[in-house]
Design a protein around this ligand. Structure first.
Ligand SMILES: *[C@@H]1O[C@H](CO)[C@@H](O)[C@H](O)[C@H]1NC(C)=O
Ligand SMILES: *[C@@H]1O[C@H](CO)[C@@H](O)[C@H](O)[C@H]1NC(C)=O
Ligand SMILES: *[C@@H]1O[C@H](CO)[C@@H](O)[C@H](O)[C@H]1NC(C)=O
Length: 391
């Protein structure tokens, strides 16, 4: 604000500055002062406009210059509402907090499932021997699960119904996060479905997540009908169209980010009210947009932009490929574990493929720790493979 003002004063000063009259001896110094002044004005202009709007040119070569209109200061930043000011300070301070040190850091594995978990035995094999480094939470939205592994007994949290694509999905994720946050030793939080399987051993997964300096939240810009096409102007003023993002819901996040999700009600309520199936004749699915958009707005460099849970959309159908027993081979698992580039395809006619290397703390590494969707019938084969293919 101060800069805008100074700049305006400057312009006015130029216009009203009297022409030099009868002091020839002071002519040169005065011109130097004016020149220095004009250069500073253009530098301040560059600062105010930022690199996007400013094209370097000098006042003196007006023809190749951007028009004066573009030199006007940008419209003032909008006035934030009370709720926005409150949300912004809370989010800023959470992000600046030093992570709480815990003597015995654990990863919270949070299962979002309609009922029983078909891969409990596989997960048990994955977890055994690492008892002090994980905790399990289960949100069963339809029926009480029957547990076959002692590790999963008494780990159900109080759950509610979940409707596909509705805000109740986000609510279930928040319920899992809140329950897992109760344990101060949980430092990283993983959301998994009943059709997810691990594709690496526990130590690999633990170190991959604990040592990463980001949360693995899928996030990309899709200008097509299933991306920005789901945006509604009701999201304004807090959420602008340019900030709208999309991503698969299967996240992993650091404790700080989990707290941030707990602290947010402002942006959450926008999605609850204005991103739902049948909204203004379009379908918007909050679980695909809330977290990607929120983190893109508040901490873009704090997220990896890909999900560590692999899923195969290459068939181009409404649902991803679901693996049958005959599909599960050593080759399939080796293929999935060796992918080190993340893909996103836009939903417009161009179907632009966005590819990015999976950079883990700046180093290219395989992207995936888990995979979906696996039919329950693949359990036996997965049990046999798990010790062979994991690193
Ligand atoms: C994720 O994408 C955002 C842009 O949306 C970028 O600023 C950020 O650096 C990316 N994260 C990583 C880890 O590359
Ligand atoms: C594994 O990857 C190779 C090379 O991309 C491909 O030809 C093959 O079909 C894949 N196999 C499976 C089972 O996905
Ligand atoms: C994560 O580490 C990489 C490599 O050191 C660095 O470039 C990046 O800025 C870090 N990101 C964060 C959010 O600390």
């Amino acid at each position: 604000m101060k800069i805008h003002k100074a700049w305006w004063l400057g312009i006015r000063d130029i216009q009203i500055m009297p022409a030099p009259r009868h002091r020839p001896q002071s002519r040169r110094p005065q011109w130097i002062i004016i020149l220095v002044f004009l250069v500073s004005v253009s530098l301040i202009g560059a600062y105010v406009y930022g690199s996007r709007h400013y094209s370097a040119c000098y006042f003196f070569s007006s023809s190749s210059c951007i028009s004066f209109k573009q030199w006007l200061p940008p419209s003032p930043a909008r006035v934030f509402t009370d709720d926005e000011i409150a949300a912004r300070v809370v989010i800023r301070d959470i992000l600046n907090m030093h992570p709480m040190q815990s003597k015995n850091p654990k990863i919270a594995f949070m299962f979002l499932t309609p009922g029983s978990l078909p891969f409990e035995k596989l997960w048990e094999k994955f977890f055994l021997g690492h008892e002090d480094r994980f905790s399990i939470y289960i949100h069963a939205s339809r029926e009480k699960p029957k547990h076959v592994s002692p590790l999963f007994i008494d780990r159900d949290i109080h759950s509610k119904k979940v409707a596909w694509g509705k805000i109740s999905m986000v609510d279930a994720e928040k319920r899992l996060l809140a329950n897992a946050l109760k344990d101060a030793e949980n430092q990283h939080f993983v959301l998994l479905s009943d059709s997810c399987v691990p594709i690496h051993d526990f130590d690999y997964v633990y170190n991959y997540l604990m040592d990463a300096n980001v949360s693995f939240i899928d996030c990309f810009e899709d200008p097509g009908p299933h991306g920005t096409g789901r945006y509604s102007n009701h999201m304004l003023p807090e959420i602008e169209k340019k900030d709208w993002r999309k991503g698969a819901q299967w996240f992993t996040m650091k404790r700080q980010h989990a707290l941030l999700v707990m602290a947010d009600s402002l942006y959450y309520l926008k999605f609850k009210h204005f991103c739902k199936p049948g909204m203004e004749g379009r379908n918007c699915y909050a679980d695909e947009h809330y977290l990607p958009t929120l983190f893109h707005m508040v901490d873009p460099s704090g997220i990896a932009n890909w999900s560590v849970t692999h899923v195969d959309w290459s068939e181009g159908k409404w649902h991803p490929k679901a693996y049958r027993a005959q599909d599960v081979t050593f080759e399939l698992l080796r293929n999935i574990t060796s992918i080190d580039v993340s893909f996103h395809v836009t939903s417009n006619e161009k179907k632009v493929l966005q590819q990015r290397p999976c950079l883990w703390n700046g180093v290219k590494r395989p992207c995936y720790l888990f995979a979906r969707k696996f039919y329950p019938e693949t359990l036996d084969k997965m049990m046999r493979y798990i010790s062979n293919y994991t690193i």
